[in-house]
Design a protein around this ligand. Structure first.
Ligand code: CAA
Length: 384
């Protein structure tokens, strides 16, 4: 077993770290305060090949592995979690399924501009009444004249305002429940795809989260992604990959809060010594360091499994659960270590604290990750 990154992975990590430090971090506070979608940064990420990292070069991607993706996304998210999720959704939730399930024509037409970062994607699975229970889709798709007519409402759609391309899930055969769901590739300027509202959020304020109304939207047959009736598998498979992305984002947020807390307790003095010299503080630092490392190892393991072509549902759920709960726990501790300064906006830690929360919610809540981990573990031990 080797714990060493390859030269290419080290290069990606270094590039991402430099870019995050020099270009992303200086913009993060403003992006959060102004709720600004970082168009400039997304353009530069595209130039680096970071918007379609794992897509083969022939389809406009960077042809890199998932480990490289994790390293890049951790660093971008450490600087700005909003920029991190925009990158994550485009890579994992949009390029991912088109590459895996798309036809050659779909790859040429949609994957190539998405991977180059010329277009942006969103993933429309959640609905007002179908969040954790993703199979309870109310959006309907009825076959008609060479295509389907879609009607429904999609909720909490990341990149929903800016996206050019949407992966939309709808029921084609409702009586079959999850086996009656089909995935579609939709161009967001088609008639019948309307943004209803943009959500006001606690964190990741620079990324948009939208509710979308789908009204008599015609989708041609050639835009069915995968086979009709296999949309739930497309969604679940895609979310396995997405969870590695969110684990990386959470890891980045946690690491940023950790490093800032270390800097603060090193400089701050109380009762005649540096705050970092108190043993109680060092115990907190030890726990933070340990949890961060465990999250990193789980995330890299899940990425490595994916790169090996192994099934990685369990590994991705473990990585996402551990990294997101670490992000929330660690940012809370980091804020506390800053004392009153942690609660005000002069320091970044309050932003990391707000940004961390969503990682426990989107792409499957912590409760759903526990459910997936339990089911996969019981399968492993032949109890189900
Ligand atoms: N890969 C491939 N297939 C899978 C799978 C996986 N990881 N997990 C399940 N399946 C298959 C099963 O094998 C089963 O197939 P068969 O019909 O052939 O038997 C089928 O899917 C149904 O599986 P389950 O019985 O396990 O389905 P369920 O209804 O109990 O749901 C669940 C399982 C894990 C709870 C699932 O609903 C889930 O993941 N829910 C959370 C949804 C979620 O993560 N939403 C996030 C929204 S996207 C988002 O947040 C994006 C954003 O903008 C950032």
């Amino acid at each position: 077993m080797r714990f060493e990154l390859t030269d290419q992975q080290k290069m990606v990590e270094e590039t991402a770290r430099d870019f995050a430090k020099n270009e992303v971090a200086p913009r993060a506070k403003e992006i959060d305060e102004k709720k600004e979608f970082p168009v400039d940064l997304i353009k530069k990420l595209a130039e680096l090949g970071f918007m379609g990292m794992m897509v083969p070069v022939e389809y406009g991607g960077a042809g890199m592995d998932t480990v490289s993706y994790v390293l890049a996304l951790e660093n971008i998210s450490a600087a700005c979690a909003s920029t991190g999720v925009i990158m994550s959704v485009n890579n994992s939730l949009v390029c991912g399924p088109i590459e895996k399930f798309g036809t050659e024509e779909q790859k040429k037409k949609y994957l190539t501009p998405l991977a180059r970062g010329e277009k942006l994607g969103c993933f429309c699975l959640s609905e007002p009444e179908a969040g954790s229970d993703a199979a309870s889709q109310k959006t309907r798709a009825v076959k008609k004249d060479g295509g389907y007519i879609l009607n429904g409402v999609k909720n909490f759609i990341t990149n929903g305002i800016e996206a050019d391309v949407a992966i939309v899930f709808a029921m084609t055969e409702p009586e079959k429940r999850h086996r009656g769901i089909t995935a579609f590739i939709v161009e967001t300027d088609w008639k019948g795809f309307t943004i209803v509202k943009e959500e006001e959020k606690l964190g990741i304020r620079g990324s948009s989260t939208a509710q979308i109304a789908i009204e008599d939207l015609f989708v041609p047959e050639e835009n069915v992604l995968g086979n009709p009736g296999e949309g739930f598998k497309v969604a679940m498979n895609t979310l396995d990959g997405g969870r590695i992305g969110i684990a990386s984002q959470a890891l980045g947020i946690a690491r940023a809060a950790f490093e800032e807390a270390l800097e603060f307790v090193n400089e701050r003095r109380a009762f005649g010594q540096r705050v970092v010299d108190f043993q109680g503080i060092q115990w907190t630092i030890a726990d933070m360091s340990l949890r961060l490392e465990a999250s990193r190892l789980l995330t890299l393991k899940a990425a490595w499994y994916k790169d090996q072509g192994r099934r990685y549902t369990l590994e991705a759920a473990m990585a996402k659960l551990h990294a997101s709960e670490t992000a929330m726990w660690l940012t809370t501790k980091a804020l506390q270590l800053h004392g009153g300064y942690g609660y005000v906006k002069d320091y970044n830690v309050e932003r990391h604290f707000r940004d961390a929360k969503i990682t426990e919610i989107y792409e499957g809540t912590s409760e759903i990750q526990r459910l997936v981990i339990a089911r996969e573990t019981l399968k492993l031990y032949n109890y189900i």
